[in-house]
Design a protein around this ligand. Sequence first.
Ligand SMILES: Cc1cc2nc3c(=O)[nH]c(=O)nc-3n(C[C@H](O)[C@H](O)[C@H](O)COP(=O)(O)OP(=O)(O)OC[C@H]3O[C@@H](n4cnc5c(N)ncnc54)[C@H](O)[C@@H]3O)c2cc1C
Length: 425
Amino acid sequence: MDEKTTNGLVIHGDRCLGCGLCIPVCPFGALEMVDGVVRVEETVCTLCGACVEHCPVEALELIRHTRKVADAAAWSGVWVFAETQGESFHSVVYELLGVGKGLARARNAILTAVVVGDRDESSMAPLFIQGAERVILAAHSDLAAYNDEPFARILERLVREYRPEIVLAGATAIGRALIPRAATLLGTGLTADCTGLEIDPESGNLLQTRPAFGGNIMARIVCASHRPQMATVRPRVMKALVADPLRRSGQIIHYTPSSDDLVCRTRVESIISDATGDPDLTSSEIIVAGGRGVGGAESFRLLKELAEVLGGTVAASRAAVDAGWIAADRQVGQTGKTVAPKLYVAVGISGAVQHVVGMSSAETIIAIDKNPSAPIFEMADVGLVGNLFEILPPLIRRFRELKSTGHTGSAKEIFGEKSMDFQKN
Ligand SMILES: Cc1cc2nc3c(=O)[nH]c(=O)nc-3n(C[C@H](O)[C@H](O)[C@H](O)COP(=O)(O)OP(=O)(O)OC[C@H]3O[C@@H](n4cnc5c(N)ncnc54)[C@H](O)[C@@H]3O)c2cc1C
């Protein structure tokens, strides 16, 4: 193993002019001037390196040493944690197999789906159809319902035995509970909510991209010193492969959980599937979302009517959720859900980056806003500029008419000549 060297910001006092140019540049206030020489508060410095390039005399130096994995060659393969949903698998599993296939190809490795639950071999076909080359199945009747302790322990045991290089899971409620536990047990790193995953052709490391600093930058994170490299990805961010119905089977490795594996201090009494009873946003094909412009809970009725006539479901920006107009599980965006519907109607939503990051994969975006300069129009396919309370009622009526005659009109026909048509970049 390479020598372990401490990362850090080194200040070459002999070169520092005491000009102070670096101090306001630090976003964390970690630098101060002491006796004419800059000093760093190490507990505050995040090693972002912003100060380094601003020093005119190269008095600041960022030391980043990566400790190589001792037995890197012993770790091989890409794993996808196959979260079950009743008798089937969560849709994110197929999306992870889609991205996992490319990663496995780049590493010349095998793509494996790992199933923990009360399942049998016969229900593994969807995993093979969607790209898995191998399945590891840890089946037991005690594992019928998800529970942190036994699931994390079993995943840890499997990782220690088979040594995959990469482990992916959905950033679902279960994935977010399980993967940090497993990563801690394994003493490795985890990058949550990745929006991009690729292999660095030089080092072979997994490059994990995710929004950081409130969505203002995209950070690229590398787990260079530990294995496996673990990441979660939100549903609807990656694309599933085209299903291959001829590939219904493949190698299945059975793991029999021991009584130690199954030890658990908590018990699942019952599962309440959905607090609101509304359809799941992440799998909705048509979404009508409202923002602060909607003005109140009562006005969301109009959006519900539009969603109903379109056969869709209602969502919201964080501003609307924070105002208490709609339930938190309806929020789209960085701290809400990521959606990729066929149609997204944004009503009274300005298009802040933290919102857009959750819906930019929608196939068609219609924006309704009274401000023609609202950023949402930059990404909309169709823009309607005006007061939503004047636009929505006739729009709902028009869709009802079209629906009753079984007609589907063009955007111009439905919205009229006043609509702004935008070409997506
Ligand atoms: C760390 C962090 C995470 C965040 N996560 C999220 C997230 O997950 N999701 C999210 O949405 N936001 C998130 N935000 C908040 C985000 O930055 C914005 O504040 C929020 O998206 C704004 O919501 P909005 O577009 O509804 O409101 P506004 O930005 O206030 O926009 C309201 C729009 O309504 C229009 N309007 C007003 N009245 C009418 C009318 N009568 N008819 C037509 N149009 C009208 C206005 O012109 C305006 O464009 C996050 C912020 C931070 C810092």
